[in-house]
Design a protein around this ligand. Sequence first.
Ligand code: DSN
Length: 444
Amino acid sequence: MKDTKVLELIKKEEKRQKEGIELIPSENYASSEVRNVLSSYFVNKYSEGYPKKRYYGGNENVDDVEIIAQERAKKLFKVPYANVQPYSGSPANLAVYLATCKPGDTIMGQALVAGGHLTHGHFVSATGIFYKSFQYGLKTEGIYDKDVADLFDYKEIRKLALEHKPKLIWVGATAYPLKFHYEKFAEIAGEAGAYLASDIAHVSGLIAGGAHPSPVPYVHIVTTTTHKTLRGPRGALIMVTEKGLKKDSELPDKINKAVFPGLQGGPHDNQTAAIAVALFEAIQPNFKRYAAQIVKNSEVLAKILVSGGLLVVGGRSENHLILVSLAKVLGPGSGIFAQKALDLAGLTLNKNTVPDEPASPFYPSGVRLGTPAATTRGMKEKEMKFIGETIIKVIDLLKKYRLPAKKEERAAYIKRFEEEIKVNKEILRLKQEVKKVALRFPIP
Ligand code: DSN
């Protein structure tokens, strides 16, 4: 008996992925090897514990595959310890808190609205509920200037750190278009006596491929998801650096205990095996070319958007990601119009806050896009030019729309907008153009 309903949805999702161009910077296409391993017989096993120290029998193959994954993570990121069991990025980060802090301890992280992550201490997250969280933002002046060196206000971050003496400081973001200067955060964490944890989920593939500086010499702990630029299955890694071992030689043990039994039960062994395969792929020389091309594509795409009159945060992209403010062209809170219209044209990205956000996180004024997935399909500078020009054409079509100032009018307005844009002839024409380009670049 076949579940035709789910099979049909899988087919539809395959079509959507093939015919559109994925620009959400945290998404990617895992290789067919990675996808096959995810559905391998490892899916059937329970293996609480760690290699050679399990609570159940029959784990000889799981042990070997987990050790291989650990060794590959250590080799790729040049660290002495890796835990490959976290189910995903949020549990990995929570394990870092559990390993380094007591409930109620003070922590610091980049605010979500400024491009950080929920798990870096946002008040709705367990990390902001169980720990006393102080959040730092980005500069709001000069942020669209392409000569701006950096968007962090290190003086402010230092002041906050010395005033509140956090136990743990996070460095890492989900919406930051420039390179991280980890050494500056290390100086501050050192002065405050804090653990410095780097969440490299967005840039880990770039770091692995040598296209972004590594935090490893500067931080104590590194976490990353495995499915973004690293191009593996959904999952995460927690790593301890030599510097981390020097600060606290028990960190690996504390992290192991935090992951299991602290937060999780049995590891997802099919996921561990698929992570091992993804790490194998990331160690190959052609992954370096992939990482370099992601950045090249992002630089080019950012330039096209700037020359089309859009405000790009940082005036450029130095990694895989571009953050655009639409506040001037479409008004405050207009990210939703761009996201919906571009989706209809086959270009998928997401609405996002910008550092000088004039609206709200639910109706932000920007969009976030990136090149990891398109680059996996083999798209290069020429396709980036096409994507950038298409984005500008779509945004041009949206100039008559404005998010109502009155909250109660918004839902109806957006519904009307969607109905109109769905049948807009130019959007339908652009969708066909996007489809034609997309189909020339198969997905794995
Ligand atoms: N959801 C991820 C992102 O899109 O950046 C972060 O967890």
